[in-house]
Design a protein around this ligand. Sequence first.
Ligand code: CP
Ligand code: NVA
Length: 305
Amino acid sequence: MTAPRHFLDLDRFDPATLREMIESAKAMKRGEAPNGGSRPLAGKVLALIFEKPSTRTRVSFEVGVRQLGGEAVVLEPGGTQLGRGETVADTARVLSRYVDGVMIRTTKEEKLLELAEYASVPVINGLTDRTHPCQLMADVMTFEEHRGPIAGKTVVWCGDGNNMATTWLHAAARFDFELRLACPDALQPPAEVIDWARGEGATIVVTNDAEAAVTDADAVVTDTWVSMGDDVGDSERRYGLLRPYRVNEALIARARPEAVFMHCLPAHRGKEVTDEVMDGPRSVVWDEAENRLHAQKGILVWCMG
Ligand code: CP
Ligand code: NVA
């Protein structure tokens, strides 16, 4: 039996395979049929497991699967035996007998990896505490729609060094752009991921100086200051550390005139980003949200088509 085509993290892929998925997503967005015809997932079912809330990931996967001719089954752990202690490995073995793929949004990366180890069908990472690769595929696609090839460009991550920041590090190595991380010392992405990206040849700048980082950038990206799972009662401390990294008009004015503003959403307006920037001419956040649908169709065709 051939190994299932999991989509776990960008660092596990070679650039050409990621590029293939993005180009297939762009073609489908243009209305072209993917390889395998217009309904490559006909007769197939994707299970969607959500241990954390979601709007975009849930709806874009459900709609994407349907547009590809397949169907989705949504599982909330509270309503399954997973929530009562059945192991992830046993759940993987059972689901593999019913469905053709599993997407999971989970509290712990270990659960994603356990699912992938024991499932005989493709497993897709729909966000963990550590990474969010489906979002990054949509982000690269969105940047390129507005600004052309991302290779050789400069992207600034401004704020919390969270799961999105870690995935931007993976992307910098795989898509060959400079990444500047403007984060407080206490909230930087894991040092081993920064070292990994540098070891892969990526240019990674780490600084506390948001203004210097944003100067002449091609994209400015941020995310919530309190991720799901980080809301453990120290939000005020985080806000205090992160306030200098808020993306406002004065900060983004330092970027190139044609620079874009990106945010995976949901945004906390007035915290990590001001209304002026969210709703301003540089913001591509709605295209970015839409592209979750197209990018994931590219991923689904690669994994399950
Ligand atoms: N960006 C993102 O993953 O959004 P949801 O949490 O709504 O899925
Ligand atoms: N960093 C955020 C992303 C939400 C899509 C979180 O994990 O909550």
